[in-house]
Design a protein. Structure first.
Length: 279
């Protein structure tokens, strides 16, 4: 039965546009009828999550700060035959966040799922060396905007009778990275926000969970793969001895927003190749 509901893409399977793609098992209709808003989703982990939710049947609304990035990400999704809309949304701008949810309602009739994925890291250094401006920017984008997005998504999710919110934290939220001091603390805060919000919404059929990715190969982590030495130093901290792929995170997100995770709330799933994950 379960197997029947899975679509197997072999290494030579064709996608809608005829291009060859490589993919593992993906439940085809698990998110049918759902509308998902994913922030910071024109590249990296956010794009991977939006794409995966759409592959599972969701209608997705993607966004980021730059129109040209929105246009090219949207074109990629549409080329695959996926249902998506897109717009500019800088998560710390209230007017952009309002437009984001308005667009989901206009394009697809409502909101069932919010994945809050945006983050900034303007400061490299130990936590107590971050200046006030850097600290404020990190907390404005990584924590306050995530909080406000969750709050602003609620009237929409409530109208649907329930849904899911997922925050994207980081393994650095458990074990602070020396050079990402303030960023690490901001990500620890998301673990607390997940717990608190999940308890408030537990009787409303709204699940709130979080994902803590390890080191995933994206532009955000480009400095790590920029040299053999820095990549080897990173690999030495990862028991699986490989960097994460976007797909290592997007499948977890799809599970968390699906009915398979209906009895899970307030949790953070660490997808970090075995890196230490205790507070
Ligand atoms: P990425 O590859 O650099 O992608 C960043 C995306 O976010 C782009 O689409 C960018 O597009 C958009 N963006 C950046 N700032 C934004 C803002 N203020 N408002 C809206 N959109 C914004 O980053 P990533 O590695 O996928 O990271 C995604 C999330 O995963 C972050 O929360 C990060 O902390 C977390 N994470 C990443 C790693 C890792 O190793 N990569 C590890 C742990 C956690 P525009 O430039 O057009 O805005």
């Amino acid at each position: 039965m379960l197997m029947n509901s899975l679509v197997k893409y072999s290494k030579t399977a064709l996608n809608y546009s005829g291009a060859i793609r490589q993919m593992a098992y993906i439940p085809k209709n698990r998110l049918d009828g759902k509308v998902a808003v994913v922030t910071a989703s024109t590249d990296g982990i956010g794009f991977g999550i939006a794409r995966r939710l759409a592959l599972e049947g969701a209608k997705v609304v993607i966004s980021s700060r730059k129109q040209k990035n929105v246009d090219s990400a949207l074109a990629k999704l549409k080329e695959e035959g996926l249902t998506a809309a897109g717009l500019v949304c800088h998560v710390s701008k209230k007017e952009d966040r309002i437009k984001l949810f308005d667009e989901a309602v206009k394009a697809f009739g409502g909101v069932d799922i919010l994945v809050s994925n945006a983050a900034a890291n303007p400061a490299v250094g130990s936590v107590l060396d971050a200046d006030e401006e850097a600290w404020d920017k990190i907390f404005d984008i990584n924590v306050k905007a995530a909080y406000l997005l969750a709050k602003e998504s609620l009237p929409h999710i409530r109208k649907r009778g329930g849904g899911s919110i997922v925050f994207i934290a980081s393994i650095a939220g458990y074990q602070p990275f020396d050079l990402l001091g303030a960023y690490s603390v901001s990500k620890t805060t998301l673990l607390g926000l997940t717990k608190a919000a999940s308890q408030q919404l537990a009787t409303e059929n709204i699940n709130v969970n979080c994902i803590a990715p390890g080191i995933v190969k994206t532009k955000f982590s480009a400095a790590i793969s920029a040299s053999k030495e820095s990549e080897e130093a990173a690999l030495s901290t990862i028991p699986m001895k490989r960097l994460g792929k976007v797909e290592d995170i997007s499948g977890v997100a799809a599970f968390l927003v699906s009915d398979d995770a209906k009895y899970i709330t307030g949790e953070t799933i660490v997808a970090a190749g075995g890196m230490p994950s205790h507070l």
